[in-house]
Design a binder for this molecule. Structure first.
Ligand code: HMG
Length: 427
Protein backbone atom coordinates (compact mmCIF):
# COMPACT_ATOMS: atom_id res chain seq x y z
CA UNK A 1 0.00 0.00 0.00
CA UNK A 2 1.18 3.54 -0.74
CA UNK A 3 1.18 5.92 2.22
CA UNK A 4 -2.03 7.96 2.44
CA UNK A 5 -0.17 11.16 1.51
CA UNK A 6 0.82 10.13 -2.02
CA UNK A 7 -1.48 11.85 -4.49
CA UNK A 8 -2.97 9.72 -7.25
CA UNK A 9 -5.17 10.81 -10.12
CA UNK A 10 -5.44 12.04 -13.68
CA UNK A 11 -2.00 12.96 -14.97
CA UNK A 12 -2.82 13.55 -18.64
CA UNK A 13 -6.03 13.69 -20.68
CA UNK A 14 -6.51 13.22 -24.41
CA UNK A 15 -9.76 13.79 -26.25
CA UNK A 16 -10.86 12.70 -29.69
CA UNK A 17 -14.13 13.37 -31.49
CA UNK A 18 -14.93 12.38 -35.07
CA UNK A 19 -14.44 15.07 -37.69
CA UNK A 20 -18.12 14.99 -38.81
CA UNK A 21 -21.09 16.59 -37.06
CA UNK A 22 -24.80 17.01 -37.74
CA UNK A 23 -26.37 20.39 -36.87
CA UNK A 24 -29.47 19.59 -34.81
CA UNK A 25 -31.44 22.32 -36.57
CA UNK A 26 -31.18 20.11 -39.69
CA UNK A 27 -32.25 17.00 -37.77
CA UNK A 28 -35.17 18.92 -36.27
CA UNK A 29 -36.31 20.01 -39.75
CA UNK A 30 -36.03 16.46 -41.11
CA UNK A 31 -38.04 15.01 -38.22
CA UNK A 32 -40.61 17.85 -38.13
CA UNK A 33 -39.68 18.74 -34.55
CA UNK A 34 -39.31 22.38 -33.39
CA UNK A 35 -35.59 23.20 -33.40
CA UNK A 36 -36.04 24.92 -30.02
CA UNK A 37 -36.90 21.59 -28.45
CA UNK A 38 -33.45 20.22 -29.28
CA UNK A 39 -31.45 23.45 -28.87
CA UNK A 40 -33.05 24.50 -25.57
CA UNK A 41 -35.19 21.58 -24.40
CA UNK A 42 -32.20 19.19 -24.64
CA UNK A 43 -29.49 21.86 -24.79
CA UNK A 44 -27.47 20.44 -27.68
CA UNK A 45 -26.71 22.12 -31.04
CA UNK A 46 -24.62 19.52 -32.93
CA UNK A 47 -24.05 15.81 -32.54
CA UNK A 48 -20.84 14.10 -33.55
CA UNK A 49 -21.27 11.50 -36.28
CA UNK A 50 -18.79 8.63 -36.51
CA UNK A 51 -17.97 8.00 -40.18
CA UNK A 52 -17.70 4.40 -41.39
CA UNK A 53 -13.89 4.43 -41.00
CA UNK A 54 -14.16 5.13 -37.25
CA UNK A 55 -15.30 2.80 -34.49
CA UNK A 56 -14.77 2.51 -30.74
CA UNK A 57 -11.23 1.17 -31.35
CA UNK A 58 -10.06 4.09 -33.48
CA UNK A 59 -11.77 6.68 -31.27
CA UNK A 60 -10.03 5.15 -28.23
CA UNK A 61 -6.60 4.92 -29.89
CA UNK A 62 -6.88 8.44 -31.32
CA UNK A 63 -7.70 9.85 -27.86
CA UNK A 64 -4.92 7.79 -26.25
CA UNK A 65 -2.15 9.03 -28.59
CA UNK A 66 -3.13 12.57 -27.62
CA UNK A 67 -2.97 11.75 -23.90
CA UNK A 68 0.45 10.13 -24.26
CA UNK A 69 1.75 13.03 -26.37
CA UNK A 70 0.78 15.70 -23.84
CA UNK A 71 4.09 17.05 -22.58
CA UNK A 72 3.70 19.96 -20.13
CA UNK A 73 6.93 20.73 -18.29
CA UNK A 74 7.57 17.09 -17.40
CA UNK A 75 7.54 15.61 -20.89
CA UNK A 76 5.50 12.99 -22.69
CA UNK A 77 4.38 9.68 -21.29
CA UNK A 78 6.52 6.82 -22.56
CA UNK A 79 4.24 3.91 -23.62
CA UNK A 80 6.70 1.66 -21.74
CA UNK A 81 5.59 3.26 -18.44
CA UNK A 82 2.02 1.98 -18.85
CA UNK A 83 1.40 -1.20 -16.85
CA UNK A 84 -2.39 -1.31 -17.10
CA UNK A 85 -4.74 -0.42 -19.98
CA UNK A 86 -8.49 -0.45 -19.41
CA UNK A 87 -10.88 0.52 -22.19
CA UNK A 88 -14.43 1.27 -21.08
CA UNK A 89 -17.06 1.03 -23.77
CA UNK A 90 -20.60 -0.06 -24.50
CA UNK A 91 -19.86 0.05 -28.25
CA UNK A 92 -17.71 -3.08 -28.33
CA UNK A 93 -16.69 -4.45 -31.72
CA UNK A 94 -16.73 -8.13 -30.74
CA UNK A 95 -18.39 -10.22 -28.03
CA UNK A 96 -15.05 -11.80 -27.01
CA UNK A 97 -12.11 -9.85 -28.41
CA UNK A 98 -11.80 -6.62 -26.45
CA UNK A 99 -11.33 -3.12 -27.88
CA UNK A 100 -8.36 -2.81 -25.50
CA UNK A 101 -6.18 -5.35 -27.31
CA UNK A 102 -6.46 -3.48 -30.62
CA UNK A 103 -5.61 -0.25 -28.78
CA UNK A 104 -2.70 -1.99 -27.05
CA UNK A 105 -1.22 -2.88 -30.43
CA UNK A 106 -1.90 0.47 -32.11
CA UNK A 107 -0.16 2.33 -29.27
CA UNK A 108 2.77 -0.06 -29.09
CA UNK A 109 2.29 -0.84 -25.39
CA UNK A 110 4.54 -3.41 -23.73
CA UNK A 111 3.54 -7.09 -23.76
CA UNK A 112 3.77 -6.95 -19.95
CA UNK A 113 0.98 -4.30 -19.83
CA UNK A 114 -2.28 -5.88 -18.60
CA UNK A 115 -5.08 -4.91 -21.00
CA UNK A 116 -8.82 -5.45 -20.83
CA UNK A 117 -12.21 -3.99 -21.70
CA UNK A 118 -14.84 -3.10 -19.12
CA UNK A 119 -18.57 -2.47 -19.42
CA UNK A 120 -21.24 -0.91 -17.32
CA UNK A 121 -23.16 1.45 -19.63
CA UNK A 122 -21.93 5.03 -19.11
CA UNK A 123 -20.45 4.21 -15.69
CA UNK A 124 -17.70 2.08 -17.33
CA UNK A 125 -15.25 4.98 -17.63
CA UNK A 126 -15.49 5.70 -13.92
CA UNK A 127 -15.27 2.02 -13.01
CA UNK A 128 -12.03 1.92 -15.02
CA UNK A 129 -10.68 5.11 -13.46
CA UNK A 130 -11.39 3.84 -9.93
CA UNK A 131 -9.81 0.44 -10.69
CA UNK A 132 -6.68 2.10 -12.08
CA UNK A 133 -6.45 4.48 -9.13
CA UNK A 134 -6.83 1.68 -6.60
CA UNK A 135 -4.26 -0.43 -8.51
CA UNK A 136 -1.76 2.37 -8.00
CA UNK A 137 -2.85 2.97 -4.37
CA UNK A 138 -2.40 -0.74 -3.60
CA UNK A 139 1.31 -0.45 -4.41
CA UNK A 140 1.40 -3.27 -6.99
CA UNK A 141 1.87 -0.78 -9.84
CA UNK A 142 5.42 -0.13 -8.53
CA UNK A 143 5.76 3.27 -10.19
CA UNK A 144 4.04 2.28 -13.44
CA UNK A 145 1.11 4.28 -14.80
CA UNK A 146 -2.31 3.20 -16.01
CA UNK A 147 -4.07 4.25 -19.19
CA UNK A 148 -7.87 4.47 -18.97
CA UNK A 149 -9.84 5.10 -22.14
CA UNK A 150 -13.59 5.73 -22.38
CA UNK A 151 -14.81 5.38 -25.95
CA UNK A 152 -18.32 5.21 -27.40
CA UNK A 153 -20.68 5.81 -30.25
CA UNK A 154 -24.15 6.58 -28.86
CA UNK A 155 -26.79 5.08 -31.14
CA UNK A 156 -30.58 5.04 -30.98
CA UNK A 157 -33.00 4.11 -33.76
CA UNK A 158 -33.59 6.90 -36.32
CA UNK A 159 -36.85 8.78 -35.67
CA UNK A 160 -36.85 7.72 -31.98
CA UNK A 161 -36.98 10.21 -29.08
CA UNK A 162 -33.39 9.27 -28.25
CA UNK A 163 -32.09 10.11 -31.76
CA UNK A 164 -31.09 13.74 -30.98
CA UNK A 165 -29.14 12.53 -27.93
CA UNK A 166 -26.61 10.55 -29.98
CA UNK A 167 -22.93 11.45 -30.29
CA UNK A 168 -19.48 9.89 -30.46
CA UNK A 169 -16.06 10.39 -28.95
CA UNK A 170 -13.39 9.16 -26.59
CA UNK A 171 -11.38 10.46 -23.66
CA UNK A 172 -8.11 8.85 -22.56
CA UNK A 173 -6.55 9.46 -19.17
CA UNK A 174 -3.11 8.58 -17.90
CA UNK A 175 -3.53 7.74 -14.20
CA UNK A 176 -0.44 8.16 -12.05
CA UNK A 177 1.14 9.18 -8.76
CA UNK A 178 1.69 12.96 -8.37
CA UNK A 179 -0.80 13.65 -11.18
CA UNK A 180 -0.46 16.71 -13.39
CA UNK A 181 -4.18 17.49 -13.71
CA UNK A 182 -6.48 16.19 -10.96
CA UNK A 183 -5.54 14.51 -7.66
CA UNK A 184 -8.46 12.27 -6.68
CA UNK A 185 -9.82 12.08 -3.14
CA UNK A 186 -9.15 8.34 -3.13
CA UNK A 187 -11.78 6.38 -1.22
CA UNK A 188 -13.97 9.38 -0.41
CA UNK A 189 -16.65 8.61 -2.95
CA UNK A 190 -20.32 7.67 -2.83
CA UNK A 191 -21.68 4.78 -4.89
CA UNK A 192 -25.29 3.93 -5.68
CA UNK A 193 -26.16 0.72 -7.55
CA UNK A 194 -29.65 -0.61 -8.39
CA UNK A 195 -30.98 -3.05 -11.00
CA UNK A 196 -33.25 -0.95 -13.23
CA UNK A 197 -34.33 -1.32 -16.88
CA UNK A 198 -33.95 2.29 -17.99
CA UNK A 199 -31.56 1.82 -20.93
CA UNK A 200 -30.16 -1.41 -22.38
CA UNK A 201 -28.93 -3.03 -25.61
CA UNK A 202 -29.63 -6.75 -26.09
CA UNK A 203 -26.75 -8.71 -27.65
CA UNK A 204 -28.30 -8.89 -31.12
CA UNK A 205 -28.91 -5.15 -31.43
CA UNK A 206 -26.65 -2.32 -32.53
CA UNK A 207 -28.91 0.44 -31.19
CA UNK A 208 -29.94 1.06 -27.60
CA UNK A 209 -33.42 0.59 -26.21
CA UNK A 210 -34.47 3.13 -23.63
CA UNK A 211 -37.37 4.02 -21.38
CA UNK A 212 -36.51 7.70 -21.75
CA UNK A 213 -38.54 9.46 -19.06
CA UNK A 214 -37.91 6.65 -16.56
CA UNK A 215 -34.15 6.91 -17.27
CA UNK A 216 -34.23 10.52 -16.07
CA UNK A 217 -35.86 9.43 -12.80
CA UNK A 218 -33.30 6.61 -12.36
CA UNK A 219 -30.45 9.08 -12.95
CA UNK A 220 -31.81 11.52 -10.36
CA UNK A 221 -32.46 8.76 -7.79
CA UNK A 222 -28.90 7.48 -8.24
CA UNK A 223 -27.54 11.03 -7.87
CA UNK A 224 -29.39 11.47 -4.57
CA UNK A 225 -28.08 8.12 -3.27
CA UNK A 226 -24.47 8.66 -4.39
CA UNK A 227 -24.32 12.25 -3.14
CA UNK A 228 -25.69 11.26 0.29
CA UNK A 229 -22.91 8.68 0.62
CA UNK A 230 -20.28 11.13 -0.68
CA UNK A 231 -21.49 13.69 1.87
CA UNK A 232 -20.98 11.22 4.72
CA UNK A 233 -17.44 10.42 3.61
CA UNK A 234 -16.42 13.91 2.57
CA UNK A 235 -17.49 15.40 5.89
CA UNK A 236 -15.59 12.68 7.76
CA UNK A 237 -12.40 12.81 5.65
CA UNK A 238 -12.10 15.92 3.49
CA UNK A 239 -14.10 18.97 4.40
CA UNK A 240 -14.82 20.80 7.67
CA UNK A 241 -17.93 22.92 7.21
CA UNK A 242 -17.70 26.43 8.63
CA UNK A 243 -20.60 28.21 10.24
CA UNK A 244 -23.57 28.25 7.86
CA UNK A 245 -21.60 26.54 5.09
CA UNK A 246 -22.84 23.86 2.70
CA UNK A 247 -20.89 21.01 1.15
CA UNK A 248 -21.38 22.47 -2.35
CA UNK A 249 -19.65 25.68 -1.15
CA UNK A 250 -16.48 23.54 -1.07
CA UNK A 251 -16.83 22.36 -4.68
CA UNK A 252 -15.59 24.94 -7.19
CA UNK A 253 -17.27 23.06 -10.05
CA UNK A 254 -19.59 20.08 -10.28
CA UNK A 255 -19.46 17.92 -13.38
CA UNK A 256 -22.18 15.50 -14.40
CA UNK A 257 -22.59 12.63 -16.79
CA UNK A 258 -24.22 14.57 -19.62
CA UNK A 259 -26.42 12.53 -21.99
CA UNK A 260 -27.74 15.96 -23.06
CA UNK A 261 -26.80 19.25 -21.33
CA UNK A 262 -30.28 19.93 -19.97
CA UNK A 263 -29.85 16.77 -17.85
CA UNK A 264 -26.97 18.49 -16.06
CA UNK A 265 -29.34 21.32 -15.14
CA UNK A 266 -31.97 18.88 -13.81
CA UNK A 267 -29.29 17.07 -11.82
CA UNK A 268 -27.75 20.23 -10.40
CA UNK A 269 -31.16 21.67 -9.47
CA UNK A 270 -31.87 18.49 -7.45
CA UNK A 271 -28.40 18.38 -5.87
CA UNK A 272 -28.48 22.02 -4.74
CA UNK A 273 -31.90 21.46 -3.19
CA UNK A 274 -30.61 18.33 -1.41
CA UNK A 275 -27.64 20.28 -0.08
CA UNK A 276 -29.66 23.29 1.11
CA UNK A 277 -32.16 21.06 2.86
CA UNK A 278 -29.42 19.61 5.07
CA UNK A 279 -29.42 22.89 7.06
CA UNK A 280 -32.56 24.00 8.82
CA UNK A 281 -31.41 27.65 8.64
CA UNK A 282 -31.10 27.47 4.84
CA UNK A 283 -34.11 25.28 3.99
CA UNK A 284 -36.66 28.08 4.42
CA UNK A 285 -34.73 30.39 2.10
CA UNK A 286 -34.50 27.64 -0.52
CA UNK A 287 -38.26 27.11 -0.35
CA UNK A 288 -38.73 30.80 -1.24
CA UNK A 289 -35.89 31.39 -3.74
CA UNK A 290 -34.84 27.88 -4.78
CA UNK A 291 -35.06 28.36 -8.55
CA UNK A 292 -32.88 31.50 -8.55
CA UNK A 293 -30.37 29.97 -6.13
CA UNK A 294 -30.03 26.84 -8.25
CA UNK A 295 -29.65 28.89 -11.45
CA UNK A 296 -26.85 31.02 -9.99
CA UNK A 297 -25.05 27.95 -8.73
CA UNK A 298 -25.49 26.23 -12.13
CA UNK A 299 -24.06 29.22 -14.01
CA UNK A 300 -21.01 29.30 -11.75
CA UNK A 301 -20.31 25.61 -11.13
CA UNK A 302 -21.76 23.62 -14.05
CA UNK A 303 -22.14 25.62 -17.26
CA UNK A 304 -18.38 26.14 -17.85
CA UNK A 305 -18.00 22.36 -18.34
CA UNK A 306 -20.78 21.92 -20.90
CA UNK A 307 -19.59 23.63 -24.09
CA UNK A 308 -18.15 20.47 -25.64
CA UNK A 309 -21.14 18.26 -24.74
CA UNK A 310 -23.40 20.84 -26.42
CA UNK A 311 -21.41 20.36 -29.64
CA UNK A 312 -20.81 16.61 -29.47
CA UNK A 313 -23.84 15.01 -27.79
CA UNK A 314 -23.76 11.91 -25.63
CA UNK A 315 -20.47 10.03 -25.60
CA UNK A 316 -21.71 7.50 -23.00
CA UNK A 317 -18.62 6.35 -20.99
CA UNK A 318 -16.63 9.41 -22.06
CA UNK A 319 -19.32 12.00 -21.32
CA UNK A 320 -18.26 13.03 -17.81
CA UNK A 321 -14.59 13.16 -18.88
CA UNK A 322 -15.39 15.23 -21.96
CA UNK A 323 -16.89 17.75 -19.49
CA UNK A 324 -13.71 17.56 -17.40
CA UNK A 325 -11.49 18.19 -20.45
CA UNK A 326 -13.72 21.10 -21.52
CA UNK A 327 -13.66 22.66 -18.05
CA UNK A 328 -9.89 22.37 -17.71
CA UNK A 329 -9.14 23.59 -21.23
CA UNK A 330 -10.93 26.89 -20.62
CA UNK A 331 -10.82 27.21 -16.83
CA UNK A 332 -7.83 25.45 -15.29
CA UNK A 333 -6.13 28.77 -14.37
CA UNK A 334 -8.86 29.72 -11.90
CA UNK A 335 -9.30 26.17 -10.58
CA UNK A 336 -5.79 25.24 -9.46
CA UNK A 337 -5.88 23.99 -5.86
CA UNK A 338 -9.69 23.82 -5.85
CA UNK A 339 -11.92 20.76 -5.46
CA UNK A 340 -14.22 19.51 -8.24
CA UNK A 341 -17.25 17.26 -7.70
CA UNK A 342 -17.81 14.57 -10.32
CA UNK A 343 -21.01 12.56 -10.86
CA UNK A 344 -20.96 9.48 -13.04
CA UNK A 345 -24.16 7.61 -13.96
CA UNK A 346 -24.44 4.39 -15.94
CA UNK A 347 -27.86 3.02 -16.77
CA UNK A 348 -28.80 -0.30 -15.43
CA UNK A 349 -27.50 1.13 -12.97
CA UNK A 350 -24.38 2.13 -11.10
CA UNK A 351 -23.45 5.68 -10.16
CA UNK A 352 -20.65 7.35 -8.25
CA UNK A 353 -20.09 10.84 -6.85
CA UNK A 354 -16.45 11.58 -6.14
CA UNK A 355 -14.08 14.55 -6.05
CA UNK A 356 -10.57 15.66 -6.82
CA UNK A 357 -8.35 18.71 -6.48
CA UNK A 358 -6.93 20.47 -9.56
CA UNK A 359 -3.14 20.04 -9.49
CA UNK A 360 -0.58 22.87 -9.40
CA UNK A 361 0.55 23.55 -12.95
CA UNK A 362 -2.57 21.95 -14.48
CA UNK A 363 -3.16 25.13 -16.49
CA UNK A 364 0.00 24.50 -18.56
CA UNK A 365 -1.05 20.96 -19.46
CA UNK A 366 -4.69 21.95 -20.04
CA UNK A 367 -3.62 24.27 -22.86
CA UNK A 368 -2.54 21.20 -24.81
CA UNK A 369 -5.94 19.48 -24.76
CA UNK A 370 -6.97 21.11 -28.05
CA UNK A 371 -10.67 20.28 -27.81
CA UNK A 372 -11.96 23.63 -29.12
CA UNK A 373 -9.60 23.42 -32.11
CA UNK A 374 -10.75 19.86 -32.82
CA UNK A 375 -14.39 20.94 -32.84
CA UNK A 376 -13.63 23.89 -35.10
CA UNK A 377 -12.14 21.76 -37.86
CA UNK A 378 -15.14 19.42 -38.09
CA UNK A 379 -17.23 19.27 -41.24
CA UNK A 380 -21.03 19.32 -41.08
CA UNK A 381 -22.86 16.42 -42.70
CA UNK A 382 -26.36 16.43 -44.16
CA UNK A 383 -29.14 14.35 -42.64
CA UNK A 384 -28.83 11.93 -45.60
CA UNK A 385 -25.07 11.49 -44.98
CA UNK A 386 -25.69 10.97 -41.26
CA UNK A 387 -28.33 8.32 -42.05
CA UNK A 388 -25.90 6.52 -44.36
CA UNK A 389 -23.16 6.41 -41.69
CA UNK A 390 -25.70 5.31 -39.10
CA UNK A 391 -27.00 2.44 -41.26
CA UNK A 392 -23.61 1.28 -42.55
CA UNK A 393 -21.92 1.22 -39.20
CA UNK A 394 -24.72 -0.90 -37.74
CA UNK A 395 -24.09 -3.82 -40.10
CA UNK A 396 -22.25 -6.72 -38.49
CA UNK A 397 -20.10 -7.64 -41.48
CA UNK A 398 -19.26 -4.22 -42.82
CA UNK A 399 -18.26 -3.76 -46.44
CA UNK A 400 -14.74 -2.36 -46.88
CA UNK A 401 -15.38 1.23 -45.74
CA UNK A 402 -14.20 4.33 -47.50
CA UNK A 403 -10.78 5.67 -46.56
CA UNK A 404 -10.56 8.80 -44.43
CA UNK A 405 -10.13 12.14 -46.21
CA UNK A 406 -6.70 13.64 -46.83
CA UNK A 407 -6.96 16.01 -43.86
CA UNK A 408 -8.02 13.26 -41.40
CA UNK A 409 -6.44 14.03 -38.04
CA UNK A 410 -6.89 10.49 -36.64
CA UNK A 411 -4.28 9.05 -37.09
CA UNK A 412 -5.86 5.58 -36.74
CA UNK A 413 -8.72 4.39 -38.92
CA UNK A 414 -10.76 1.24 -39.47
CA UNK A 415 -9.85 -0.55 -42.71
CA UNK A 416 -12.70 -3.05 -42.85
CA UNK A 417 -13.48 -6.61 -41.93
CA UNK A 418 -11.94 -9.55 -43.73
CA UNK A 419 -12.90 -13.13 -42.91
CA UNK A 420 -14.63 -11.72 -39.76
CA UNK A 421 -11.37 -10.14 -38.60
CA UNK A 422 -11.24 -6.37 -38.13
CA UNK A 423 -8.25 -4.43 -39.43
CA UNK A 424 -6.91 -1.00 -38.52
CA UNK A 425 -4.29 1.27 -40.03
CA UNK A 426 -2.38 4.49 -39.46
CA UNK A 427 -2.80 7.26 -42.11
P1 HMG B 1 -38.78 13.58 -25.62
O1 HMG B 1 -40.06 12.87 -25.38
O2 HMG B 1 -38.38 13.71 -27.02
O3 HMG B 1 -38.75 15.05 -25.14
O4 HMG B 1 -37.67 12.82 -24.79
P2 HMG B 1 -39.63 15.85 -24.05
O5 HMG B 1 -41.01 15.97 -24.52
O6 HMG B 1 -39.37 15.31 -22.67
O7 HMG B 1 -38.93 17.27 -24.23
C1 HMG B 1 -37.59 17.42 -23.87
C2 HMG B 1 -37.45 18.82 -23.29
O8 HMG B 1 -37.70 19.76 -24.35
C3 HMG B 1 -38.47 19.13 -22.18
O9 HMG B 1 -37.79 19.93 -21.23
C4 HMG B 1 -39.53 19.94 -22.92
O10 HMG B 1 -40.26 20.82 -22.06
C5 HMG B 1 -38.67 20.72 -23.91
P3 HMG B 1 -38.04 19.68 -19.66
O11 HMG B 1 -39.46 19.99 -19.43
O12 HMG B 1 -37.73 18.22 -19.42
O13 HMG B 1 -37.06 20.59 -19.01
N1 HMG B 1 -39.40 21.18 -25.10
C6 HMG B 1 -39.20 22.38 -25.65
N2 HMG B 1 -38.39 23.40 -25.32
C7 HMG B 1 -38.39 24.51 -26.11
N3 HMG B 1 -39.20 24.64 -27.20
C8 HMG B 1 -40.04 23.64 -27.56
C9 HMG B 1 -40.06 22.45 -26.77
N4 HMG B 1 -40.75 21.28 -26.85
C10 HMG B 1 -40.33 20.52 -25.82
N5 HMG B 1 -40.81 23.78 -28.65
C11 HMG B 1 -35.65 12.20 -23.73
C12 HMG B 1 -36.51 13.37 -24.17
C13 HMG B 1 -34.44 12.76 -23.00
C14 HMG B 1 -36.44 11.29 -22.80
C15 HMG B 1 -35.20 11.42 -25.00
O14 HMG B 1 -34.38 12.23 -25.79
C16 HMG B 1 -34.47 10.12 -24.69
O15 HMG B 1 -35.08 9.08 -24.51
N6 HMG B 1 -33.08 10.17 -24.65
C17 HMG B 1 -32.27 9.01 -24.34
C18 HMG B 1 -32.27 8.68 -22.86
C19 HMG B 1 -31.45 9.62 -22.03
O16 HMG B 1 -30.63 10.38 -22.51
N7 HMG B 1 -31.61 9.54 -20.68
C20 HMG B 1 -30.88 10.37 -19.77
C21 HMG B 1 -30.74 9.74 -18.36
S1 HMG B 1 -30.09 8.09 -18.45
C22 HMG B 1 -28.42 8.31 -18.81
O17 HMG B 1 -27.92 9.39 -18.76
C23 HMG B 1 -27.65 7.12 -19.25
C24 HMG B 1 -27.33 7.06 -20.74
O18 HMG B 1 -26.28 7.97 -21.04
C25 HMG B 1 -26.95 5.63 -21.16
C26 HMG B 1 -25.84 4.89 -20.42
O19 HMG B 1 -25.70 4.93 -19.20
O20 HMG B 1 -25.15 4.14 -21.12
C27 HMG B 1 -28.51 7.45 -21.60
Amino acid sequence: MLDGKTKIGIDRIGVYVPDRALPLTDLAAARAVPAEKLLHGLGVHHMAVAPVYEDSVTLAANAAVRALAMAGDCGRTDPGEIGLLIVATESAVDHAKPVSIFVHELLGLAASCRAYEIKHACYGGTAALMTATEWIASGVARGRKALVVASDIAKYPPHSAGEPTQGAGAVAMVVAESPGLLALDVGASGVHAANVYDFWRPLDRSQALVDGKYSLDCYLAALAGAFAEYRRRALAELVALGDGELLTDHLAAILYHTPFPRMAWKAHRALVEDDWRTRADRAARFAAEGEAIARRSYAEKVEPSLWAAQAVGNTYTASLYLCLAALLERGADRLVGRRLGMFSYGSGSCAEFYSGVVAPGAQHLAREIGLAAMLERRRNVTVAEYERHHATASLRAEPAPERPPRDFAGPFFYRGTDDDRRAYAHV
